[in-house]
Design a protein around this ligand. Structure first.
Ligand code: ZN
Length: 399
C-alpha cells in the first residue's frame, strides 16, 4: 500500500460546501473515516495531531458514487483481444469517485463474480468504498453461492444483481417470467439483509426498448424501484420511453460515458437527458448517473457485426455534472444529486451521498470551473490538486 498515513484528525477550512444542499462556506472536521463536525471557524482538537487544509475558493461535494463500473474489465464482443482491462485505483479517484459498484457484463463465462468480489475487496483495501452486483448479462445468471438471493444475503459486498441485459441482441432473450423471478430473488435477498436488492438492468438498442420492464412490473408485485435501468440515454427512442418510465415512478439511470462526443452518435447527451427529464417533471430524486467505466463500447454495423471497440471512462461523470450546470442551467445542488445523494438512496448506502456529521468522510472538491482539485475517501486524502496522492498497489505510471 502506498497510502500516506493521515493524522486521525483533519480540518478542511473555507470550502463552499454543497451537502448537496448549499451550506455556504464551512469548515469540516474529519475524525478517522468520519465527518465529526461541520461549522464556522472550527478549532483544532487540543492535544491531538491534526492537519489543516485550506480550501478557500473551492466547492466541496459529497464523494461521487458510481453505480456501474466494470472493475475487472468487460467487453470481449470482438474476440479475446477486446476484453477490457481492470480499473486502477487512481483512475477512479481522479474522476472524483469515492464509491463504486462493480459489475460483470456480456461475458459471464471467462469472468466470474468471485474475481469481481476480490477486485472490490482490493480497491477497498486501497482506500475507496466498493460494492458489487452478482450476475452478468444472461439469465439464469452466474452467482457465487448458487442463487442471487443467497449471494445478497450472505456476501457483504453484494447489494443486488446486474448488469442483466434487456432489449439487446447480447441478452439471453429471457421471458418476462424469468426477469420477474430474478427480481423477486433480489428483492427478498435485499429484505433479509437490509440491502437494496436492486437489479441493475442494462438496456440495449433493441426495438422493444422498456417494454419488458413495464411488463415485469405491471402487476405491482415487484415495484418499479427494484430496478435501476441504465444506459437509458443511448438513443432517442429509448430515452423517450424512459421519460414515461420515470413519470410512472421508475428510476432513470443515465450513462455519462454514452454521448455523441464519445462516439455514440445516436445517444442523447447525458447532461441534456437530465435537463429534459426535469423539464417533463420527472422527480429529481429518481434521476441517477453512472459512468459504465472500463466497459467496452463495441461499435456494430447494421448487420450486428462488431466493427470496432472502445473503453468507457469515469471522468465523463464530472464533465457531465459540469455541463448540467454550465450548459443546461441546472443548479449545482441539484446537478450533484444524480451522482451523490440519489444514488446512495437508491442503493441504500446509509453512510454515503451527503456531507453531514456522522457520515463517511468522502469528498469531491472542484474549482469554480468544475476542474477536479481534491478527493477524500474514508477520511484519507486520495487526490491533491488533481494529482493522485495514493496509488494502487500495481500502478507504475506516475503522472
Ligand atoms: Zn451495460
Amino acid at each position: 500500500m502506498f497510502a500516506m498515513k493521515n493524522p486521525f484528525f483533519s480540518l478542511l477550512r473555507g470550502a463552499k460546501v454543497f451537502a448537496p444542499e448549499p451550506l455556504g462556506v464551512q469548515d469540516i472536521l474529519i475524525a478517522g473515516k468520519t465527518i465529526a463536525a461541520i461549522g464556522k471557524n472550527l478549532s483544532v482538537p487540543v492535544g491531538y495531531d491534526c492537519q489543516e487544509i485550506q480550501l478557500d475558493g473551492k466547492c466541496l461535494f459529497p464523494g461521487f458514487i458510481d453505480s456501474h463500473v466494470h472493475l475487472i474489465g468487460g467487453g470481449g464482443e470482438g474476440g479475446y483481444a477486446t476484453r477490457t482491462p481492470e480499473v486502477l485505483l487512481s483512475s477512479i479517484t481522479t474522476s472524483g469517485v469515492t464509491t463504486v459498484v462493480g459489475c460483470l457484463g456480456t461475458d459471464g463465462t471467462t469472468r466470474h463474480v468471485t474475481s469481481l468480489l476480490a477486485k472490490a475487496r482490493g480497491l477497498e483495501a486501497e482506500g475507496i468504498s466498493t460494492y458489487i452486483y452478482t450476475g452478468a448479462y444472461e439469465l439464469p445468471t452466474p452467482t457465487i453461492t448458487g442463487s442471487v438471493r443467497s449471494d445478497i444475503v450472505i456476501i457483504d459486498k453484494i447489494i443486488g444483481a446486474g448488469e442483466i441485459a434487456m432489449s439487446d441482441h447480447r441478452s439471453a432473450q429471457p421471458s418476462i417470467r424469468e426477469y420477474q423471478k430474478l427480481a423477486a430473488e433480489a428483492r427478498v435477498g435485499g429484505m433479509l439483509s437490509g440491502k437494496a436488492g436492486i437489479v441493475d438492468m442494462h438496456l440495449g438498442d433493441g426495438s422493444d426498448k422498456l417494454d419488458a420492464l413495464f411488463a415485469v412490473t405491471q402487476n405491482g408485485e415487484i415495484p418499479k424501484g427494484q430496478f435501476l435501468p441504465t444506459h437509458l440515454n443511448r438513443n432517442e427512442a429509448l430515452f423517450s420511453e424512459s421519460l414515461r418510465w420515470g413519470l410512472a415512478g421508475g428510476i432513470i439511470d443515465i450513462t455519462s460515458g454514452v454521448s455523441p462526443a464519445a462516439g455514440s452518435s445516436k445517444a442523447v447527451k447525458p447532461s441534456t437527458a437530465v435537463r429534459r427529464a426535469l423539464e417533463v417533471v420527472v422527480p429529481l430524486a429518481q434521476l441517477t448517473m453512472s459512468s459504465d467505466g472500463n466497459g467496452s463500447m463495441p461499435i456494430f454495423d447494421e448487420k450486428g457485426n462488431t466493427v470496432g471497440v472502445g473503453v468507457a471512462n469515469q471522468k465523463s461523470l464530472l464533465a457531465e455534472v459540469a455541463d448540467m450546470v454550465n450548459v443546461e442551467g441546472i443548479a449545482v445542488e441539484k446537478a450533484i444529486q444524480v451522482v451523490t445523494s440519489n444514488v446512495a438512496r437508491v442503493l441504500k448506502l446509509a453512510n454515503k451521498g451527503c456531507v453531514s456529521s456522522g457520515l463517511d468522510a468522502d469528498f469531491t472538491v472542484v474549482d469554480t470551473n468544475f476542474v477536479l482539485q481534491d478527493v477524500w475517501a474514508q477520511g484519507c486524502q486520495m487526490v491533491q490538486n488533481g494529482k493522485p496522492l495514493v496509488w494502487g498497489t500495481f500502478e507504475t505510471a506516475r503522472f
